[in-house]
Design a protein around this ligand. Sequence first.
Ligand code: UD1
Length: 376
Amino acid sequence: MSTATQNTSAQITVDIIAGARPNFMKIAPIIRAVEESQLRGGSLNYQLVHTGQHYDAKMSGDFFTQLGIPAPHVNLEVGSGTQAEQTAVIMTRYERLLLDARSALCLVVGDVTSTMACAIVAQKLCVPVAHIEAGIRSGDWTMPEEINRMVTDSITNYFFTTSEVANNNLRKSGITNERIFFVGNTMIDTLLANMSRLQPPAFFDELKLQDKQYFVLTLHRPNNVDGENTLTKMLMAVAAGARGLPIVFPVHPRTAKTLKLIAGLPSNFHFVDPQPYLEFNYLVQHAKAVITDSGGITEETTVMGVPCMTLRNSTERPETVTMGTNELLGTDPAALAPALEKLFAGEWKKGTIPPLWDGKTGPRIVAALEKLLARS
Ligand code: UD1
């Protein structure tokens, strides 16, 4: 575990937890809003705790650099492992940190292993927990993220939400309105703040990619990518429906392990490393469509108005389907052909942007926290 000197100019210190790639774009606007508030004399201070769940430059460091996130004050250096191993190590090391120096609040974001592990530790030490992106549910207990969401929300004090659906999920589980803060989407804060900085990856010209004339594919869910046959069928179905257009596939480390075993894939696939934030979202913005099993990407495609096909049976982000450009195709590769036909026929829905996905969520969160912590 490594630690660095903490900024102590303001009095109330909140731990901001981040561990895996989808966390980094969610914490960036909160950190920025805390720092802006400090300049105006605000009372909040933060300690950034990186659990080290993702540790490669491509999965972690590049995001800190591009999004201007300061170096973490603490790195718990958990590294790879099974879900239980990672949970145990994060809990042990975060507990030691809190026992040494207690923070006023533990702020967790999203639904990764680090989110749940730190929330449990904090609550057991009676440090209140704030959960950013609380209340979303897929109902699919085979996804570790769903378990992480449910456990985290069952011991959260302050729920910061992205949608009215999330608010209702929380109310249904007995959470009172005073503990629910409908603030919008920090991931979209980051996207809107960086729209003018998006940049093509070096291979964009090398591959002769053209605006709206290629697909972006991302797959990393264990049930889609851990089996060689399943992944092969999925990839063949994507290629069959893509009418020869290039398919850019930034390969997650989990997917890379299976992909190594598969030979003879069509030549319009372009397998590339996980992309940095600005390059990835440039690729998405200019794609004809995105095919994915991610959750967060469906929010970004909704805001950028890019057609999105999700290879999952459920989503915890239903507003990307009811309001946005996303469609849930399920995990049967046969669903891709009709969806791609609809796309090529120009019949894909246009979509609208969900309420409060306006780029101002970070300051709303910080204003609410300042009030809450001032009276506690
Ligand atoms: C995690 C999150 C998931 C998120 C995804 C995005 C959980 C339960 N899941 O899944 O919600 O969508 O991140 O990336 O927290 N690895 C590397 N380098 C790294 C990080 C991981 O090679 O920097 C390898 C690991 O050793 C492991 C695999 O990638 O073999 C998976 O990493 P892991 O953190 O277990 O979960 P993800 O599948 O990435």
